[in-house]
Design a protein around this ligand. Structure first.
Ligand SMILES: [Zn+2]
Length: 452
């Protein structure tokens, strides 16, 4: 299979799952000039004259998967911080990120993350970047992305300085340019960003039109910090002579009060949310990155997915960093989300089709990109993936949506296409060779003090 150039394609498969409409048996997608020209039955779509034919046979062709929350720069820390409580985890992460790893390490880490995502059928990544080097890895790898430049700053007296620093970083991202990457901003979380800085960033984002993403209502410790100015985050800031006040509201209530919710941000996690919080989120038009495996890994609990969907909130799935997930595999994420929903509720739970929607069109909705991606429809960008169905662990296919959701994983992905460019053919990546990362990853292991 030819890799790495945008071309007209006629892709046929035993199943086509457009997501916006019912699955098609023996379907086809006609791709021309990087966009979807038509979707239909293979027998009825002749394809363009110059189109290359790709017959996938026993496979399900889907919209490219949309990962609404990732930290590509931290991919090389997979498995580094297991079994620690959240405060210890985040302290150790911060220390390692700034004191042990340099920009070259974070770039290698991002390259690994992009390679993993593309070979998992992920075509769009909402990436939270601190150093900002993941932009280069995304550009090289050919993935579509929203890169949210992360901002930290718990000391209110330094808020203006943080904003000036952010402006510089955004300027350098703009200069670096990448057609498939939109730039946004991400104030980290209530316990690492002062109210003053949050307000400045909300104003700046609204004035300049930057999309915003923020970690929100992720843990009980965060709730105690915002509501009562108590717990480990408050103690830590006080130890740095930073004043913290009890606010008497939830994180979402706080975001509403300071004008952050008015930017309709993409909220990552939203575990500690009650019915009022969800109503506020729905009314603001904000989206949610639902990260069930990360939430479980960090022992934070389960987010109220059913109630979020019932409120009509735009919800997508997020892997979060592999540091707190171990894999960037949205098929596994969706399966885990579905099983968690069943385990935690006796109410009606969403169908397999609903979860396939979450990892595609739902993600596009959460990112505000439904005009271009999220479903297989004529006119949208040709961002696609295919899941092979021939392997024994996937047979027999009695209900294709249930097979893809409950039996398949990223390892079954046989094709990833972004804008008509085949980036992965089930064996090789078009634009990178993961073997080139072996040496820099070995160097990172040594820096982390891991032998071998
Ligand atoms: Zn995160």
């Amino acid at each position: 299979m030819l890799l790495g150039m945008s071309e007209d394609l006629l892709i046929t498969a035993d199943w086509v799952l457009p997501v916006s409409s019912a699955p098609l048996r023996d379907g086809a997608v006609d791709v021309r000039a990087g966009r979807i020209h038509a979707v239909g039955l293979a027998a009825e779509l002749p394809g363009g004259e110059a189109a290359r034919r790709l017959d996938l046979g026993s496979a399900a062709l889907l919209p490219g998967l949309v990962n609404t929350h990732a930290h590509l720069e931290l991919t090389a820390l997979r498995g580094f911080l297991e079994e620690q409580d959240f405060f210890a985890w985040i302290r150790k992460l911060t220390e390692t990120k700034y004191e042990t790893l340099d920009e070259d390490d974070l770039l290698c880490s991002s390259r690994l993350g992009v390679a993993e995502a593309i070979s998992a059928g992920i075509t769009t990544i909402a990436d939270i970047a601190d150093a900002g080097v993941s932009l280069a890895a995304l550009r090289e790898g050919g993935a579509r992305a929203v890169l949210y430049q992360e901002v930290f700053g718990p000391d209110p007296s330094r808020a203006e300085e943080s904003l000036a620093d952010l402006r510089d970083k955004l300027e350098s991202h703009r200069a670096a340019g990448a057609d498939r990457v939109t730039i946004g901003i991400s104030p980290h979380a209530p316990y690492t960003v002062s109210t003053r800085l949050f307000k400045l960033l909300a104003e700046f984002a609204r004035a300049e039109g930057y999309p915003v993403s923020v970690h929100a209502a992720e843990s009980a410790a965060e709730g105690a910090f915002v509501r009562n100015a108590s717990g480990p985050f408050a103690d830590y800031l006080r130890s740095r002579d930073i004043e913290v006040e009890p606010l008497g509201v939830s994180t979402i209530g706080y975001f509403e009060e300071i004008g952050l919710l008015a930017t309709a941000p993409l909220l990552a996690h939203c575990i500690d949310c009650d019915a009022d919080d969800l109503r506020r989120i729905a009314a603001s038009g904000a989206g949610i990155a639902h990260c069930p495996k990360s939430n479980a890994t960090l022992a934070h609990g389960a987010a109220p997915l059913g109630a979020m969907l019932a409120e009509g909130i735009r919800v997508g799935l997020g892997s979060d960093g592999v540091l707190c997930n171990n894999t960037c595999d949205l098929l596994e994420e969706a399966r885990f989300a579905a099983l968690l929903q069943r385990a935690g509720s006796e109410e009606d739970y969403p169908s397999a089709g609903d979860f396939l929607r979450l990892m595609t069109l739902g993600g596009a909705e959460a990112l505000g990109l439904t005009g271009d991606i999220g479903s297989l429809e004529a006119g949208k960008l040709a961002d696609l993936c295919a899941v092979g169905l021939a392997a024994p662990h996937l047979q027999p296919v009695l209900d294709v949506e249930a097979t893809v959701l409950y039996s398949a994983s990223a390892r079954d992905v046989v094709l990833t296409v972004v804008e008509g460019e085949v980036l992965y053919d089930g064996k090789s990546l078009a634009r990178s060779d993961p073997r080139s990362l072996e040496e820099p990853l070995a160097a990172i292991r040594r820096k982390l003090g891991v032998a071998g």
